[in-house]
Design a protein around this ligand. Structure first.
Ligand code: THU
Length: 133
């Protein structure tokens, strides 16, 4: 991905973060997922009083993208207001792997720090549909 595409995706994740529904944890997360056509789908964390029902920003972005018919993906950016950058949780890594494969995972905060990982690096030896055959 070009630097400009990454910056655009990070900006979308930071902007989405402002809509996070994080009333229990106060931990606001924004995500932006880019598909193969360059379309960007944003998501935020949506928390529930029954905590386990919470949906992370990454899965919200993915489910929105899938709802709009997107099926091939390039990268996801995750933005939080923390010094230590926030990687996707284990559940999101699995679902992202299932639907996106080995995409680029860009972590960013609001102060300009960024990190780039591959999803395969974050979820080595992943379980997926190949294991179901
Ligand atoms: N969260 C995300 O949305 N994405 C992550 O990568 C880590 C965690 C959310 C879930 C919950 O609403 C809050 O952050 C605290 O865990």
């Amino acid at each position: 991905m070009s630097l400009t595409s990454r910056e655009r995706l990070i900006a979308a994740a930071r902007e989405a973060r402002l809509q996070a529904c994080a009333r229990y944890s106060g931990f606001q997360v924004g995500a932006a997922l880019e598909d193969a056509e360059g379309r960007i789908f944003a998501g935020v964390n949506v928390e529930s009083s029954s905590y386990g029902l919470t949906c992370c920003a990454e899965r919200t972005a993915l489910f929105t993208a899938l709802t709009h018919g997107a099926r091939e993906f390039r990268a996801i950016a995750v933005a939080t207001d923390t010094e230590r950058l926030t990687p996707p949780c284990g559940a999101c890594r699995q679902v992202l792997w299932d639907y996106c494969g080995d995409i680029e995972v860009i972590l960013a905060n609001l102060s300009g720090a960024t990190e780039i990982h591959s999803l395969a690096e974050l979820l080595p030896n992943a379980f997926d549909d190949e294991n179901l055959r």
